[in-house]
Design a protein around this ligand. Structure first.
Ligand SMILES: [Zn+2]
Length: 236
């Protein structure tokens, strides 16, 4: 079953959110938001089975509404250290395999926030999650529009929603939030270089709902000012 987001989808919510989305995207009512909304729905419909189309579209709209109304979380925040922490280092410390295994746990929702995304094994695990019904959203730095090798096109051409956050010098987060409960973070970019060449660290934090909620709020905040990614190539 797909996750419908934190805000229930109702016509009232949509029309209440519409002017907020306009303000966030600075379109001043000339329809840019509507165009983006239609593109999101059409983009989502590209690969979804017919029977899931409406559910997928509703989920996408609800997610955009939630993002448009999100505030940046209080920072710094201190919350109890509970749950478990899985740690991996690179080079060659199994970080990629650890992420792929964690992605296999996703059942409802997967949010990906990355500066660079060039790792084929991780991209395949993200797509596998989407294909088994997990609601996946990928949010990338603007460099992915021009980087020669990026999984952004792979995702977009497979119908996975991809957005670009170009509101910062660099959008440097490397975060995944799985089912609103597991947080993957650290210096580890989702890239081959991070696995094989770089000195990186990776944390997978489970069983700490307040922590996951903070990361989810931060994700929503950035998604709220992001724009849909336009793939540069045909279907990969
Ligand atoms: Zn941002």
């Amino acid at each position: 079953m797909r996750n419908a987001g934190t805000s229930p989808w109702t016509a009232g919510n949509f029309f209440a959110a519409y002017p907020i989305r306009c303000r966030v995207m600075r379109c001043h009512g000339h329809g840019r938001c509507t165009i983006v909304l239609v593109l999101v729905i059409l983009g989502m419909s590209g690969s979804a089975p017919a029977e899931d189309w409406w559910t997928t579209a509703r989920t996408a709209v609800a997610e955009r509404w939630s993002a448009a109304t999100a505030n940046v979380p209080a920072s710094p925040s201190t919350i109890p250290a509970v749950g478990s922490i899985q740690v991996a280092f690179s080079p060659s410390g199994g970080a990629t395999e650890t992420i792929v295994a964690a992605l296999g746990e996703a059942r409802q929702r997967l949010w990906v926030q990355a500066y660079s995304f060039t790792s084929a094994p991780i991209a395949k695990a993200v797509l596998a999650a989407a294909k088994r019904g997990v609601q996946v959203t990928v949010l990338l730095d603007k460099s992915q529009r021009t980087q020669q090798y990026s999984e952004a096109d792979f995702f977009a051409n497979q119908g996975v929603p991809v957005y670009i956050d170009d509101q910062h010098a660099i959008a440097h987060n490397k975060v995944m939030i799985i089912d609103g409960g597991t947080v993957i973070t650290g210096s580890f970019n989702f890239s081959k270089a991070a696995e094989q060449s770089n000195a990186e660290n990776l944390l997978i934090l489970r069983g700490n709902p307040p922590l996951a909620a903070l990361y989810a709020q931060n994700f929503r905040f950035h998604l709220g000012h992001a724009t849909p990614y336009q793939p540069r190539h045909g279907r990969d």
